[in-house]
Write a protein that binds this ligand. Structure first.
Ligand SMILES: Cc1cc2nc3c(=O)[nH]c(=O)nc-3n(C[C@H](O)[C@H](O)[C@H](O)COP(=O)(O)OP(=O)(O)OC[C@H]3O[C@@H](n4cnc5c(N)ncnc54)[C@H](O)[C@@H]3O)c2cc1C
Length: 433
C-alpha cells in the first residue's frame, strides 16, 4: 500500500524524514518555503553519537562522515584559560558504538540530506499557510513564490516546519507562542588555518570555558581541508529575534568586549571568524498531543528545546527514524478488525502508527528538554558562591577513566537512542494512552 505524504518544511527534520520515507517506498513531497540553502547559512551543530547512529541505520553515514569533524575529547577551562579537566572519549565510545561525537556545519548537513531525497520530491518556494486535519484526507493550503494559492491533500501531513510551525495550529489547541529562553547567543565560524599560530586549539577537541554567568564553547566542524572552528557564547539576555543575520555594530561591540573578558586565544578566534551571529534563544513547552487525525508534528515543530544540550537536531533525526519506522510497520501489518471497519483502511493504520510515534518519543524528548533547561540555568549561573561551586564540580567530572563526563554523555544521549537499541525503541516507554 503506497501512502501519499506531504512533509511541510524541508529543514533537518523534513529532509531526513523524506529520505527515510522514500527509502521505504512512500510517495513523499516536501514543501519548503526557502528557494535554496545558502552555503553560509547558520553555524555548526554537534552531531552526537545518537544522531549519527540514525544515519548509519539508514545506510548513509559514510556520505556525512566526509563533513563531520570527529570530537575525540572534551576539555573544560576557567574563563582565564586555566584547565579544569579533559576527558578522552573516542576509544570508549568507538568500542561500544563504533561512533564518536562530531561537529558538522549546518549547511553541509542540509546539503547532504537534500542530496539523498529524489529532486522531484522537493518543492521549494512554497509556504504552508494553513492545514486542515479533516478525515479521511487532510489538506494543506500553500502559497507559491508568485503569490498563487492552492490546496493539496494527502493521506498524511507531517509538520516539520520548525519552532514557529504553521501545522501546529491544526494539532495543538490553546496554542502559546514559543517561549524566550532568557538567553542570547553569540556564534561564529572561523577557518582552522586562521588559528595555526594557536596550538591551544586542538583539531579534535570540544573546548568549554566556564565563566561567571557566561559560558563559551567551541568545536571543530566540516570537511578535512575546509575545517572550521564553530564557537558560541551563551549568556542571559534580553529578548531578540532568533534569525541568523549579521548585526554589524553589535558584533563590533561584542568583539571588543571579548578582548576584556576572555583569554587571548578566544579573542583571536572571535576576531578571525568569517561569520558572526547574534540571536535570541527560544523553546516550546512540551505538549501532550503530537497529532490530530492524520496530521502529525515532528522536530522543532513539537519538541523545540534550548540548544544547551546540543540535541535539537539529534532529536529531530531520532524522531524521523522512529516516525518512518512506525509508519512502515503499520502499513505492512495485516489489517485488524478496526482497520476494516474504518472507511479507509490506510487511515486507521496511520492513526495507530501516529499514536505509537507519540508514545515512543514523548519521554525521550521531554527528558532532553528538561536537561537542556537545567544546562541553561547552570551555564548562566554565577556570582560569589555559585561560580566556585560550578568550577569545583566540573573539575571532578574528569577524574578516572570512565568518569562522570563520559557516563553523563552516555546516559543522556547514547543509552536511550532508538537507533542504537536492538528493537529500535527507547527503553523507557510511557504506558499506552
Ligand atoms: C544557535 C543554535 C545552535 C544549535 N546547536 C545545535 C547542536 O549543536 N546540536 C543539535 O542537535 N541541535 C542544535 N540546535 C537545534 C537545531 O538547530 C534544531 O533542533 C533543528 O534545526 C530542528 O530541525 P527542524 O527541521 O525540526 O526545524 P528547522 O531547522 O527550523 O527547519 C524548519 C524548516 O521548515 C521551513 N518552514 C518553516 N515554516 C514554513 C512554512 N510555513 N512553509 C514552508 N516551509 C516552512 C523552514 O524554512 C525550514 O527549512 C541549535 C539551535 C540553535 C538555534
Amino acid at each position: 500500500m503506497t501512502l501519499k505524504v506531504l512533509v511541510c518544511g524541508g529543514g533537518i527534520s523534513g529532509l531526513s524524514l523524506a529520505c527515510a520515507l522514500t527509502q521505504k517506498g512512500f510517495e513523499v513531497t516536501v514543501l519548503e518555503r526557502a528557494l535554496k540553502y545558502y552555503s553560509t547559512a547558520g553555524a555548526g551543530i554537534q552531531l552526537g553519537i545518537n544522531g549519527q547512529a540514525v544515519l548509519r541505520e539508514w545506510g548513509v553515514l559514510s556520505t556525512f562522515q566526509e563533513v563531520i569533524a570527529p570530537v575525540n575529547k572534551l576539555t573544560f577551562m576557567r574563563s582565564d584559560g586555566r584547565p579544569l579537566g579533559t576527558t578522552q572519549w573516542d576509544d570508549y565510545f568507538r568500542e561500544k558504538t563504533g561512533l564518536v561525537p562530531g561537529g558538522v556545519l549546518r549547511a553541509d548537513l542540509l546539503a547532504r540530506l537534500e542530496a539523498l531525497v529524489p529532486p522531484e520530491c522537493i518543492r521549494r518556494g512554497v509556504t504552508v499557510e494553513k492545514v486542515e486535519s479533516t478525515k479521511p484526507t487532510p489538506s494543506v493550503q500553500i502559497v507559491d513564490e508568485n503569490g498563487d494559492t492552492c490546496v493539496e491533500s494527502a493521506d498524511l501531513i507531517i509538520g516539520a516546519d520548525g519552532i514557529r510551525s504553521r501545522v501546529r495550529d491544526a494539532v495543538v489547541r490553546d496554542e502559546k507562542p514559543p517561549t524566550f529562553s532568557e538567553m542570547e547567543y553569540w556564534c561564529g565560524v572561523c577557518p582552522e588555518p586562521e588559528l595555526n599560530d594557536h596550538p591551544t586549539f586542538e583539531q579534535d577537541e570540544l573546548m568549554e570555558l566556564v565563566g561567571s554567568k557566561k559560558w563559551f564553547l567551541c568545536h571543530p566542524a566540516g570537511a578535512e581541508g575546509a575545517r572550521m572552528r564553530v564557537w558560541t557564547l551563551i549568556q542571559s539576555g534580553r529578548e531578540r529575534p532568533e534569525d541568523w543575520t549579521d548585526d554589524k555594530p553589535a558584533v563590533e561591540a561584542f568583539k571588543e568586549n571579548v578582548d576584556k573578558e576572555w583569554p587571548e586565544f578566544i579573542s583571536a578566534l572571535v576576531s578571525r571568524s568569517i561569520r558572526h551571529y547574534h540571536l535570541g534563544i527560544y523553546h516550546r513547552e512540551p505538549v501532550p498531543t503530537w497529532f490530530r487525525d492524520r496530521v502529525v508534528l515532528t522536530g522543532d515543530a513539537v519538541h523545540a528545546m534550548p540548544p544547551t544540550a546540543g540535541q535539537g537536531c539529534n532529536m529531530a533525526l531520532e524522531s524521523s527514524y522512529v516516525l518512518a519506522n512506525v509508519l512502515a510497520e503499520a502499513m505492512q501489518q495485516p489489517a485488524t478488525a478496526s482497520d476494516r471497519s474504518d472507511s479507509s483502511d490506510a487511515g486507521a493504520r496511520i492513526e495507530r502508527a501516529l499514536k505509537k510515534f507519540e508514545r515512543l518519543r514523548h519521554t525521550r524528548t521531554n527528558n532532553l528538554y528538561a536537561l537542556s533547561k537545567i544546562n541553561a540555568a547552570w551555564m548562566v549561573a554565577g556570582g560569589r558562591f555559585l561560580t566556585p561551586l560550578k568550577l569545583w564540580w566540573i573539575g571532578t567530572w574528569h577524574r578516572g577513566k570512565e568518569n562522570f563526563a563520559t557516563r553523563l554523555y552516555e546516559r543522556e544521549f547514547v543509552n536511550e537512542c532508538p537507533a542504537l537499541r536492538p528493537d529500535g525503541s527507547p527503553k523507557t516507554q510511557q504506558p499506552p494512552r
